[in-house]
Design a protein around this ligand. Structure first.
Ligand code: CP3
Length: 351
């Protein structure tokens, strides 16, 4: 339950939550995946000498880092500072987040014996996340907080490969070669993901995003057979919470319909698919989020403006549109361009 009903009413009426629900909005809401993080000098300053995972476990730091982009850019939503591997570290997996590389798992999971090292989690295992959310909800006032988790496939890819991959060779080898183990692993991961998201919801987040960042490595048929049942388990498990569920992946042009069907209220779209085309395949009953190419922010402002206006135009085809980038903010992005982009989205879309 949210801490107080008045707050719930205000947040329900926020442009972000309303756009997720396909309701009319005073302006198109905007936030950025990875809005907290290395593009901000104030982030680099507070992170000095503190490892990424450690910073995620300190509610004071989580609160400060989550608020930084809200103060600076005037975005319509905050996104919890955490990482998709936080719950699997809490589940007992020895891993680290290596700067410039990403998550690295000390002993990858490749056999059923390995799977025993991934235990289910309870709210106590991620109590620091609940505490962070409670602190943030107190600070954020009428700005909604988005909680998130990694989807079972994307988490499995890190656990099986041992780190980031371009080809997902070992992941697919297990998927095709040992479907029993594959489904056991993804079942365990969907339970962990669900527990992690429920903890955030109980502590007061206003929406959740399920990141299946690397699902675009799959064909639609394989996605439907090997992945969708597990993501559906997570998203359907949250259906009664009554809050928007956003489902996002990169390179998912052929998966957009299935990712909506998995139980999303909002489908996140990368920059490769125009939002009007995306809406045609996703259907009229789900909102979309996206999808400016994060690399466009390195071009002259005239180009940023033209592309942002195009995204806004194409987003009008959907029942609801949450403006975002097509993937996370790149670390070298000039934060002033992000601030200016928020202003542009607000003024260009205000009605
Ligand atoms: C695949 C994935 C990961 N983590 C995440 C995803 C899904 C989103 C996506 O598709 O990009 C999710 C994530 N990770 C982080 C957030 C914070 C909230 C936000 O979006 O502002 C979110 C939503 C913090 C972070 N997570 C990470 C950083 C950078 C590390 C640092 O600041 O030291 C941050 C701010 C580390 C991380 N963690 C991961 C990667 C690939 C990296 C980058 C490694 C690097 O380039 O250094 C795994």
């Amino acid at each position: 339950m949210p801490p107080c009903d008045d707050r719930a009413v205000t947040l329900d009426d926020s442009p972000f939550v309303r756009a997720c629900r396909g309701q009319d909005v005073p302006h198109t809401p905007v936030w950025f995946m990875r809005q907290a993080g290395r593009s901000l000098p104030e982030y680099r300053k507070v992170r000095e000498g503190i490892a990424m995972l450690e910073s995620c476990r300190r509610p004071d730091l989580v609160t400060e880092i989550t608020l930084q982009p809200v103060r600076r850019h005037n975005v319509d939503a905050a996104v919890l500072y955490s990482d998709i591997v936080v719950p699997i570290a809490a589940a007992g997996v020895d891993l680290d987040i290596v700067p410039g590389t990403g998550p690295v798992v000390a002993a990858p999971i490749r056999t059923s014996a390995d799977l025993q090292r991934l235990r289910p989690i309870t709210a106590d295992d991620v109590a620091f996340v609940a505490e962070s959310v409670r602190l943030l909800v107190g600070e954020l006032g009428k700005t909604p907080l988005i909680g998130f988790a990694g989807a079972p496939f994307t988490l499995a890819s890190y656990l099986i490969e041992g780190g980031p991959s371009r080809t997902y060779t070992r992941t697919k080898a297990m998927m095709y070669g040992d479907p029993g183990l594959w489904h056991a692993l993804l079942t365990r991961l969907s339970g962990i993901t669900l527990a992690f998201l429920r903890t955030q919801i109980e502590a007061g987040v206003s929406a959740v995003q399920l990141f299946d960042s690397w699902a675009g490595a799959l064909s639609e048929a394989d996605y439907r057979e090997f992945v969708m049942p597990h993501s559906r388990e997570v998203l359907a498990g949250l259906a009664n919470e009554g809050m928007p569920r956003i489902h996002f992946g990169v390179g998912t042009a052929v998966l957009l319909r299935a990712m909506g069907e998995a139980g999303a209220d909002v489908v996140g779209v990368d920059w490769r698919t125009p939002l009007d085309a995306a809406t045609k395949v996703i259907g009229p009953d789900r909102a979309v989020q996206g999808n400016l190419d994060p690399a466009v922010l390195f071009a002259p402002w005239e180009v940023v403006e033209r592309e942002a206006r195009r995204v806004l135009d194409q987003g009008r085809a959907a029942p609801g549109h949450v403006f975002n980038l097509g993937h996370g903010v790149l670390p070298d992005t000039d934060p002033e361009v992000l601030t200016r982009l928020v202003e542009l989205v607000h003024t260009a879309s205000s009605r």
